[in-house]
Design a protein around this ligand. Sequence first.
Ligand code: ADP
Length: 370
Amino acid sequence: VKKESGFNFWMSILLPILIPSLLLVWLFAYSFRRANKGAMQIFSFSRANIKLFNRDKDKVTFKDVAGLKEAKEEMKEIVDFLKHPKKFQDLGARIPRGVLLMGAPGTGKTLLARAVAGEANVPFFYISGSEFVEMFVGVGASRVRDAFLAAKKAAPSILFIDEIDAIGRIRGAGIGGGHDEREQTLNQILVEMDGFDRNTRVIVMAATNRPDILDPALLRPGRFDRRIVLDLPNIKEREEILKIHSRNKSLSPQVNLREVAERTPGFSGADLANLVNEAALLAARRNKTQITQAELLDSIEKVMLGPERKSRILTKKEKEITAYHEAGHALTSALLPGTAQVRKVSIIARGRAAGYTMRTPREEKYMKTR
Ligand code: ADP
């Protein structure tokens, strides 16, 4: 029998006790910390998830916004107020508190609001209307309070509420089952805006593409009494938008942006920005060093209808039907007076369409004849 040495002997006795107990202590500490964190989350839950744009890094000015002439004129006044409030106060003028931007998606509502902040050099707070909506009652209202508090603290500033129709629907209409929580949230916005005194230099801007469903109380004087409509760009504005977005891209000198603008009626600013980007991606895929007209024109179809789907095999019969169908579109357009010009006919599937006839109107039209 060998005599155990001191250290090993004690270790063989201690370790089996020590390791499990250390493990237990760690386990307790860990779960305790987790629980603590969870408890803290309940308190931060009612905080608004408000985004503050970096004033220098993502600065946007009116130069970055093409077209929208009237809207920009209106906004210049707001910029002036944010910069020189005294001029207005001396005259006893009441400063607008809320500006409602109305327009189709992608027409530049957010962009314009950010440009105002950039021009006036004030902080820009962004929150989306849907972020106020939560599962728990009262959270929306408390988030509104929080958002306004942050904006007021940083005054002069701009608080931008995107998609305000998510909470600003007509109250009591019974749509969505009389959503009490949403009403409370809306009420809180109204209360906050009424609470501004004459010297509060916070401008609330809200964006929506459904102005028809907004609660009339929101549109009352003293709230969102400025209403600015943003239209889809016309041909000249489309060319300008294309120019802005191709500024930092390597474009071949032969590119004719006017032609691209001609072929893209109904495109929003966001669509055009996307088009230029698609063209750049396409040029890279074709191993070119510059974007040429071909890529720009090809991207129009991609943005409009989705990518080509050459792998979708149609039977001979189906192809024939598609060909007849598209030929019908093309012929009626070509032969009838007052119709759009046919640019291209294709029976290669794209997006959800089996084939398509691309037509562009000869001029911008806002009305259709019978
Ligand atoms: P909305 O808020 O109306 O849905 P955004 O303001 O977010 O649209 O616009 C999306 C993008 O489209 C912008 O970031 C910008 O790149 C482009 N865009 C839209 N309108 C214009 C415009 N008038 N001039 C330049 N770019 C525009």
